[in-house]
Design a binder for this molecule. Sequence first.
Ligand SMILES: *Cc1c(COP(=O)(O)O)cnc(C)c1O
Length: 361
Amino acid sequence: MSSLAFTHLPHPNPTADDVRAVAIADPAFGRVFTDHMVSIRYKEGQGWYDAQVMPRGPLMLDPATAVLHYAQEIFEGLKAYRTDDGQMAMFRPHANAQRFNASARRMAMAEIPEELFVEACKALVEVDKDWFPNVEGGALYLRPFMYASEVFLGVKPASEYHFLVIASPVGNYFKSGAPAVSLWVSEDYTRAARGGTGAAKCGGNYASSLIAQQEAIAQGHDQVVFLDAVEGRWIEELGGMNMFFVFDDGSLVTPPLSGTILPGITRNAIITLAREAGLTVREEAYAIDQWQADAESGRLTESFACGTAAVVTPVGKVSRGDHQFTIGAGGPGQVTQMLKEKLVGIQRGRVADDHQWVLAL
Ligand SMILES: *Cc1c(COP(=O)(O)O)cnc(C)c1O
């Protein structure tokens, strides 16, 4: 237990059962929200205080609130699932708490006690568990986040922060199995440079990636692939997912955590599960030219992206300027499918959880 007790403010007007049933029957990602939120405040000299589970509602911000000017903001994304036996559970919430604090350090923000972060997520799932969408692949997507709430226009780390958790019921990201996505390689924009904020989960990284994502969509693709900022040669990651490459000898490559990519918890789980399945995983730089050459020669058989929201997403096609190449047969590959099934199996309690990744609630 954390030392801070949560005050529960009753909801004056909770969503009616029949309205909620319709809302969660087929929720689009991030559009439907539960009735409650968690709110905790921080002030320098005082520490964390005023932990509340309260009705979800708008925030009132002074126009000089620091985050609106200098973008001190970080977030996390994790899912609460119902395992096959009906129990609510979260996947590796302590890993999210640790990464949240790593992001906080990089953005010169206050760190939150790991246990308080996890307690906050639990408290929200507990009060809103009726919002769980009971469909295959359904989950409550939890979004813990924190912003600089001090009212001050001076450029310095804020002395006050507001931490919140909201929840959104989500269905299966892809309705009938995972279709393969097509990727657009951005040659004009980069996501992160050495010494920058690429390894922090901060809103600013997303703000700067949107124009490249917009370009990918305009070119008829689903997602953008970012290359390194120095040579424009090494594959880094997508806007919000890490990349894996599968070769015909059964080995895998994923770009190393060099400080410019986000250390994905799904990435980490996939590396562990692949090694346990007897596959070799190398964390090493992989060049865009090599990706194309290996796909064309058949040495590369599969590629996939991974992250909490979509779990594992196979890559079918890649476009780079005038060149286009296809990965394998253009659809989901065997290794991709096997790893996804293992991971989802652990989350749902169908496969033994040897690493204590699942925290039952
Ligand atoms: C959140 C995120 C990921 C995936 O991380 P998971 O912990 O697996 O969800 C990958 N890349 C970026 C840029 C992200 O923000």
